[in-house]
Write a protein that binds this ligand. Structure first.
Ligand code: HEM
Length: 287
């Protein structure tokens, strides 16, 4: 804490409207609102998260952070990455591995499910890691500052609604090396502002931040659609099972009315009547 405090004090420059940290916040404001309003994030905020939603989200986050952190590591000494490179304080891949093992067991890699939108997100991260490392700041900002902000409030939701105890399955939300998220965010912003970018690069970073939010929204939407489909299928299955049981009920109900011929004894009686009538008819004809 003391170390971060000192760093913030020494590095704290006057943040102005044209600083990258301010500009990026402004250009992604509308996207942030849209991300908050996705069905999945709304479920989170209302405390309605189900285990399937949470597990699916963890799978996608794992793939996203794995790609982001591998690209950050690979570009750690790049001029635009070095100032915002904080693996000890921020890295999430290991924490997600821990959570996935908790929910899926040791063979979590074979069991995890990753939707197409998540793969598109990771592809973009790989692409910029190779071609435009300066854009990594946009992705790191979007995920890490989000996790250090709203994520801290959101962590209480799965804890409560899924009854997770002793932090099990919640490692993703814990930042043991960050004792004050607010101070750390200040330090991070000042580091972002220290990155030297040409005007074109800066425009590119700002555009990339909007894209990063968009990629997150697409993941949340796809995950929610999957959950909705699986819930619908489950409902349909239950209906099916229910309908398989109901014919017994219907038979017993429909056999009640006397006009119905569904009861075997009634059918037999009718056939005997017809045979008798025919026999009498034939006998009369013979005479
Ligand atoms: C339930 C959903 C969410 C809630 C309740 C939430 C809430 C918040 C709050 C309260 C802040 C602090 C604002 C401030 O300091 O001025 C914040 C900041 C932030 N959030 Fe979210 N958030 C949510 C989802 C997201 C998502 C999905 C992302 C991105 C994928 C995200 C990215 C960010 C970022 C980058 C910041 C830092 C803004 C800045 O100071 O520049 N948030 N969020």
């Amino acid at each position: 804490m003391q170390v971060v405090k000192q760093k913030v004090q020494t590095e704290k420059a006057q943040i102005t409207d044209c600083d990258l940290s301010e500009k990026i916040k402004t250009v992604t404001k509308e996207s942030h609102v849209r991300a908050n309003n996705t069905e999945l994030m709304q479920a989170f905020q209302r405390g309605n998260i189900t285990l399937i939603q949470y597990k699916l989200l963890l799978c996608s986050l794992y793939k996203i952070y794995e790609a982001l952190e591998e690209e950050l590591d690979r570009n750690a000494s790049h001029d635009s990455v070095a100032p915002i490179y904080f693996p000890q304080e921020l890295a999430r891949t290991e924490t997600l591995m821990k959570d996935l093992e908790h929910f899926y067991g040791q063979d979590w890699r074979e069991k995890m499910f990753v939707p197409a939108s998540t793969l598109r997100y990771t592809q973009r991260l790989r692409e910029i890691g190779s071609e435009y490392p300066e854009y990594l700041v946009a992705h790191a900002y979007t995920r890490y500052l989000g996790d250090l902000s709203g994520g801290q409030v959101l962590s209480r939701v799965p804890q409560r609604s899924l009854g997770l105890k002793n932090g099990e399955g919640l490692a993703f939300f814990m930042f043991p090396a960050v004792s004050s998220p607010n101070l750390f965010k200040q330090l991070y912003r000042s580091r972002m502002n220290s990155i030297e970018l040409t005007e074109t690069q800066r425009e590119g970073v700002l555009e990339e931040a909007v894209r990063a939010f968009e990629l997150n929204i697409q993941v949340f939407d796809e995950l929610q659609n999957l959950v909705n489909i699986s819930e619908k299928n489950e409902l349909r299955q239950r209906h099916k099972e229910h309908n398989l049981k109901t014919p017994d009920v219907r038979v017993s109900q429909s056999s009640a009315p006397s006009s119905s011929l569904s009861s075997p004894s009634q059918l037999l009686r009718m056939l005997l009547g017809v045979c008798l009538a025919l026999a009498v008819g034939i006998g009369m004809y013979a005479f």
